[in-house]
Design a protein around this ligand. Structure first.
Ligand code: ZN
Length: 432
C-alpha cells in the first residue's frame, strides 16, 4: 500500500481539553507527531510571557498544533467530504500543513525575532524542506510533497482553498487558539460556537465560505477574537514581561559584542549573537534552556543583566503609564535625560511598547496586508462580504486600534535615599 494511504491498525486518540479528543488514523500524521522537531513544540509555550499574568497559560505549541489538525480533519472528513467543490486528493496535504503550520516557532518567539532579526516562518520552511525527520517522512509521500506542504504554510500555494482552511480570517488556526487560550487563561471571552461554524462552512471555488444561517456564530467568533486581543494577548502586564525579556536578550548580546566575560559561557546563544544561526542551533533552543540562562545570569557581575533576569525570574515587572508618542515625545526626551542623571540607563529601563490589531478587515487591494474577507453564502448561491450583512462586524471592521504604553521600573523610582530631587521630577512627569 502507498505510504500516503496507509492507515493505522487502530485509531489513536489524544485526550484534549478543548476538543475532547484528537483523532489520528493516517500513518503519515502519526509518524510526523513522533518526530523530534514536532516533539520540540512541547517545550515552547503557546502564549510566551502570558503565564506571568494568567497563571494557567502554560500550554504549548504542541497542544495547539494538534488542535488545528483536529479542526481541519473534522472540516474535511465531516463537512467537505463528498462535496463536488472539494478534492479529497488534497486531504493529506491539508492535514500535514495544519499539523506543521507553527513548526518553526522558537522560545518566546516575539522577543527573539525582534532582537535577533529573523522570522519563525523561515524556520518552518527550513524544517519542512531541510535535513530533518519531518522532511524524511514527507518525502516518503512523494518527492515534491515537502515543497507542497511548505507552500500551503507559506500561503504561496496555488491551492487557495487549502490555504484558506489554515490561514484566513476564519481558519482552523484562529479557531483553535482562541478557544485554547481562553481555556488555559481561564477567561470567558474566547468562547464561541465552533460546532455551529464547522457545520455551516462550505468549500466554494478557491475559498471557504459560511452559509448565511451561520452568520451569528461568526459574529460571536469575531467579537471573541477582538476581546481576546485586548484582554489577554495585549495585556499590559504580559507586555511588561516581554519588554524585560527583550531587554535581557539585548543586554546579553551587547555584552557579548563588548567582549564581556560571562561566568558561564552562553554557548546556546553564540550563533544568535553572531547572526549565524543554523537550523541545528535553532532546534536546540527551547524555553527550558532560556530559563536556565536567566537563572544563572542573575549572578552575573553586570548589574543590568542580573537585575533584568531577577525581574523576569521572580516576576518583579516594570510598571506602566499610558503614552501618546505623537503628543508626548518631548516628555519622553525629558524623562530620558532625567533617567540618565539618576543613573538608570534609559535604554533598558524606559521603554515605549505598542500593540495594535485589526479585528476584521474587508478586502482592500493594495493595502498594507491584503486580507481575504469572510464571505457569506446566500440562499440564492450569491456571495456577500460579511460586514455588508452584519452590523456588528461592520462596526469594528477595518478599524485598527493601537495602544502605546511607557514601561519603567517603579521600585527604582520609589527609592528616596539618593538623587531625591531627580527621582521626584521623574515621578511627577510620570504622574506617580
Ligand atoms: Zn497556530
Amino acid at each position: 500500500m502507498r505510504y500516503s494511504a496507509e492507515k493505522l491498525s487502530e485509531e489513536k486518540v489524544f485526550k484534549d481539553p478543548v476538543h475532547r479528543y484528537v483523532h489520528v488514523r493516517d500513518r503519515v500524521i502519526w509518524d510526523l507527531v513522533g518526530t523530534k522537531e514536532f516533539q520540540r513544540l512541547r517545550r515552547i509555550k503557546q502564549l510566551g510571557t502570558t503565564f506571568l499574568t494568567f497563571h494557567g497559560a502554560e500550554h504549548s505549541r504542541f497542544n495547539h498544533s494538534l488542535g488545528v489538525y483536529e479542526i481541519v480533519r473534522r472540516i474535511i472528513d465531516d463537512v467537505f467530504a463528498g462535496r463536488p467543490e472539494w478534492n479529497d486528493d488534497d486531504r493529506l496535504l491539508t492535514l500535514c500543513a495544519a499539523l506543521l503550520h507553527d513548526l518553526g516557532h522558537g522560545p518566546f518567539s516575539h522577543s527573539f525575532e525582534k532582537v535577533f532579526d529573523f522570522d519563525h516562518e523561515d524556520f518552518t520552511q527550513s524544517i519542512v524542506l531541510g535535513n530533518t525527520e519531518v522532511n524524511a517522512i514527507l518525502k516518503k509521500v512523494g518527492p515534491d510533497f515537502p515543497q507542497q506542504v511548505a507552500e500551503v504554510i507559506a500561503k504561496t500555494s496555488a491551492k487557495k482553498l487549502v490555504v484558506s482552511l489554515i490561514s484566513s480570517q476564519i481558519d482552523a488556526d484562529r479557531m483553535d487558539y482562541l478557544q485554547r487560550d481562553a481555556y488555559f487563561t481561564g477567561v470567558s471571552y474566547g468562547q464561541f460556537d465552533m460546532e455551529r461554524i464547522l457545520r455551516v462552512m462550505r468549500p466554494k471555488e478557491d475559498q471557504v465560505v459560511i452559509k448565511k444561517s451561520g452568520m451569528h456564530a461568526v459574529e460571536d467568533y469575531i467579537m471573541s477574537r477582538y476581546q481576546m486581543y485586548w484582554q489577554v494577548y495585549f495585556h499590559p502586564v504580559s507586555r511588561s514581561a516581554e519588554v524585560i525579556l527583550t531587554k535581557i536578550l539585548h543586554r546579553a548580546k551587547q555584552l557579548y559584542e563588548n567582549n564581556y566575560s560571562f561566568k558561564n559561557e552562553p554557548i546556546h546563544f553564540y550563533s544568535f549573537f553572531k547572526d549565524q544561526v543554523t537550523l541545528e542551533d535553532y532546534l536546540k533552543l527551547d524555553e527550558s534552556i532560556i530559563m536556565y540562562y536567566f537563572q544563572i545570569w542573575q549572578d552575573e557581575d553586570d548589574a543590568i543583566l542580573s537585575d533584568l533576569c531577577r525581574r523576569f525570574v521572580n516576576r518583579n515587572l516594570f510598571k506602566y503609564a499610558e503614552f501618546d508618542p505623537a503628543k508626548e515625545y518631548k516628555k519622553l526626551a525629558e524623562l530620558n535625560t532625567l533617567f540618565e542623571k539618576a543613573g538608570i540607563d534609559p535604554d533598558y529601563y524606559l521603554v515605549v511598547d505598542s500593540s495594535s490589531d485589526l479585528p476584521y478587515d474587508f478586502y482592500r487591494p493594495g493595502e498594507e496586508e491584503e486580507r481575504l474577507p469572510i464571505h457569506l453564502l446566500m440562499k440564492n448561491g450569491e456571495l456577500k462580504e460579511l460586514s455588508r450583512e452584519s452590523e456588528i462586524v461592520d462596526a469594528i471592521s477595518g478599524k485598527r486600534r493601537t495602544d502605546h504604553k511607557l514601561y519603567y521600573p517603579g521600585d527604582f523610582l520609589a527609592d528616596e535615599s539618593s538623587d531625591n530631587s531627580i527621582k521626584k521630577q521623574i515621578r511627577s512627569l510620570l504622574e506617580i
